[in-house]
Design a binder for this molecule. Structure first.
Ligand SMILES: Cc1cc2nc3c(=O)[nH]c(=O)nc-3n(C[C@H](O)[C@H](O)[C@H](O)COP(=O)(O)OP(=O)(O)OC[C@H]3O[C@@H](n4cnc5c(N)ncnc54)[C@H](O)[C@@H]3O)c2cc1C
Length: 465
C-alpha cells in the first residue's frame, strides 16, 4: 500500500507561477516531496536577484522559521543579524513623549533576510535538484493551458500579477484602500553591539526600534541581511494618509534621496535616535535598495478558476496582502507554502477546488485570520484603538506583558479573540497574573524619552568599511 501510494505520488506534476520567495519555497518543497515541478517566472534568475528591489523587509520569527525547517530549508538564523526584541516609543498628536517599553522575544529570534537572496538560493537548489524553470510572463490564457496539463497549480505572482483571478473575500477585507504610504531603504555603516541604540534597550543593536506618532505614522529600524552588503540595517516608514510624512515619502526617487528623507525625518521628529541614523549610508552596489508604495490589506479566495474551469491555488501575497506594520506578509506566505506542501505530499486524490478551499480555510484558521487581526491592532484600526491604548500602556508598566505584546508578531493567534476592552483585560491578566486595572493605573506618561549618546567617531573603523 505504501509503495503503491509513493509510486502514484511520484508521477504527479505541479506548476508554480511566480518566483518570489514564496513561490520558490513552495516549488522546492513540492520537488522534495516527489512532484515533477515547473516554476514559471517573468524574470530570469539574475534579474530576480539584481534588477528589482526586495518585495519587503520580510522580518520573520520562530513559527515561520519552524515552517522553513520543516521543509528542510535554511532559516538564515545562523547568518543574519538576529533580532532579540523590539523597543517601542509612542508619541501623541503634538509629539508628546508618552509610552516607552522594550519587549524581549521569548525563546525565539527574528531575522530579516533580503527576499531576493532567499529566493535566489532556493532557486539554485531547485535547479540543482532537477526542477524546471521556465522564464515567461504567464498570462491568464497561458495559465489555463498550464493548469489543464498539471495536477496542482499554485499562483504566487505577488499582489499584482494574476491575483485578480481570485475573488476578494469581502467579509475578511475591511479596508477599501491602503492605510499607509510606505518608504523603505537598506543601509550600512552601523553595527549591532550593545552601544548601538543603547538608550532604547540594554540589548542595543540586537533589538529593533519602532517609533509611533499618533498623527503622522510609524518608523522602524532593524538589523537586516542584504544580498550584497551582508549584515546591514533596514529602515521602514509608514505615513498616514494626508500627513506631512506622506509628502516627504512621496518625494523619494532613489536610494540616496530615500536615505536623505529618512535622515531629515529623524532630525525633525525622532531626535532620540538621530546619531545612529546619521551614521548610516546607502549601499553603493545596489541601486534597488529602497522602495516606496502602499499595500491595501486584502484577503482573497484561496481558489481561482481559469477560463476552462481548472482550479488553481493562490499563495503568498496573491492570496493575502498585509500592510507590513506587524510583519505578517512574508511569514504568512512561507507558513502557507509549508502547509500546502505537507498536505499535498500525503494526498492521493485530485487537487480540485474542494481540496484547495479546505487547505486555505485551515491556513486562515491556523494563522491568516490572526495575522490580519494583529495587523489591524498595530495599524491603530478604529475598532481596536481603545484596546490598543490599554495594551500599549500596560506594556510600559509590565515587562512580561511588553514581551507578550511584541510576541504577537511571532505568534498572532493568542490575540484573535481579543475584540473588547473586557477581553483585553482578560488577555492582560492571563499573561501577567495581575489585575489589568491596577496595572493600567500605574501607567505614567514617559515625559521625555532617553536620547542616544552614540558616537559615530568611536566606530569609524566600521563606518569606513
Ligand atoms: C515595505 C514592506 C515591508 C515588509 N516587511 C515585512 C516584514 O517585516 N515581515 C513580513 O513577514 N512581511 C513583510 N512584508 C511582506 C513581504 O515582503 C511579502 O509578503 C513577501 O515578500 C511576498 O512574497 P511573494 O513571493 O508572495 O510575492 P512577490 O515577492 O511579489 O513575488 C511574486 C513574483 O511573481 C512574479 N510575477 C508576477 N506576475 C507574474 C506572471 N504573470 N508570470 C510570471 N511571474 C510573475 C514577480 O515578478 C515576482 O517575482 C513587507 C512588505 C513591504 C511592501
Amino acid at each position: 500500500m505504501t509503495s503503491q501510494s509513493s509510486a502514484l505520488r511520484s508521477t504527479r506534476t505541479a506548476a508554480v507561477i511566480g518566483a518570489g520567495q514564496t513561490g520558490v519555497t513552495a516549488a522546492l518543497g513540492l520537488l522534495d516531496a516527489g512532484f515533477d515541478v515547473t516554476l514559471y517566472s517573468d524574470r530570469d534568475q539574475r534579474a530576480l536577484r539584481d534588477d528589482v528591489p526586495a518585495t519587503g523587509t520580510a522580518l520573520e520569527f520562530g513559527e515561520t522559521q519552524q515552517a522553513e525547517s520543516a521543509l528542510g530549508l535554511d532559516t538564515f538564523t545562523g547568518r543574519a543579524p538576529r533580532h532579540t526584541g523590539l523597543s517601542v516609543r509612542i508619541a501623541g498628536p503634538a509629539g508628546e513623549e508618552l509610552i516607552g517599553f522594550d519587549g524581549h522575544f521569548d525563546g525565539y529570534a527574528g531575522v530579516a533576510v533580503d527576499t531576493r537572496l532567499k529566493a535566489d538560493e532556493r532557486l539554485t537548489a531547485f535547479l540543482e535538484r532537477g526542477g524546471r524553470f521556465a522564464v515567461e510572463p504567464v498570462t491568464p490564457e497561458r495559465l489555463d493551458t498550464i493548469a489543464a496539463a498539471t495536477d496542482l497549480t499554485l499562483v504566487a505572482t505577488g499582489r499584482g500579477g494574476l491575483s485578480d483571478l481570485f475573488p476578494i473575500d469581502e467579509a475578511r477585507t475591511v479596508y477599501a484602500r491602503p492605510q499607509r504610504s510606505l518608504l523603505t531603504v537598506t543601509v550600512t555603516g552601523l553595527g549591532f553591539g550593545p552601544d548601538v541604540f543603547a538608550h532604547r534597550s540594554r540589548a542595543g543593536g540586537a533589538h529593533s526600534g519602532f517609533s509611533i506618532f499618533a498623527e503622522q505614522g510609524e518608523a522602524w529600524w532593524g538589523p537586516y541581511l542584504h544580498k550584497d552588503a551582508g549584515p546591514s540595517w533596514a529602515f521602514l516608514g509608514w505615513a498616514r494618509p494626508g500627513s506631512e510624512w506622506e509628502k516627504r515619502f512621496a518625494a523619494a526617487d532613489s536610494a540616496e534621496s530615500a536615505h536623505s528623507i529618512v535622515q531629515q525625518l529623524y532630525r525633525d521628529h525622532i531626535d532620540w535616535d538621530l546619531p545612529e541614523v546619521l551614521s548610516t549610508r546607502t549601499i553603493a552596489e545596489d541601486p534597488h535598495s529602497w522602495l516606496k508604495g502602499a499595500v491595501r490589506p486584502v484577503v482573497r479566495a484561496g481558489v481561482g478558476h481559469t477560463a476552462s474551469g481548472h482550479a488553481v491555488a493562490a499563495l503568498g501575497d496573491t492570496a493575502t496582502a498585509y500592510d507590513p506594520i506587524a510583519g505578517q506578509g512574508a511569514q504568512s506566505g512561507l507558513i502557507q507554502a509549508q502547509r500546502l506542501v505537507a498536505a499535498a505530499a500525503v494526498h492521493d486524490g485530485p487537487f480540485d477546488a474542494e481540496w484547495i478551499n479546505r487547505r486555505y480555510a485551515e491556513f486562515l484558521s491556523a494563522r491568516g485570520d490572526a495575522a490580519n487581526w494583529v495587523t489591524r491592532l498595530f495599524l491603530g484600526d478604529p475598532e481596536l484603538a481603545e484596546i490598543g491604548g490599554q495594551l500599549f500602556a500596560t506594556a510600559a508598566v509590565d515587562d512580561r506583558f511588553a514581551s507578550a505584546l511584541v510576541g504577537l508578531l511571532h505568534r498572532p493567534q493568542s490575540f484573535l479573540g481579543v475584540d473588547s476592552l473586557d477581553a483585553a483585560g482578560t488577555f492582560v491578566a492571563e499573561i501577567t497574573g495581575q489585575d489589568p486595572a491596577e496595572l493600567l493605573a500605574r501607567f505614567q506618561p514617559a515625559g521625555r524619552f532617553d536620547r542616544s549618546a552614540y558616537n559615530a567617531d568611536e566606530h569609524s573603523s566600521l563606518a569606513s568599511r
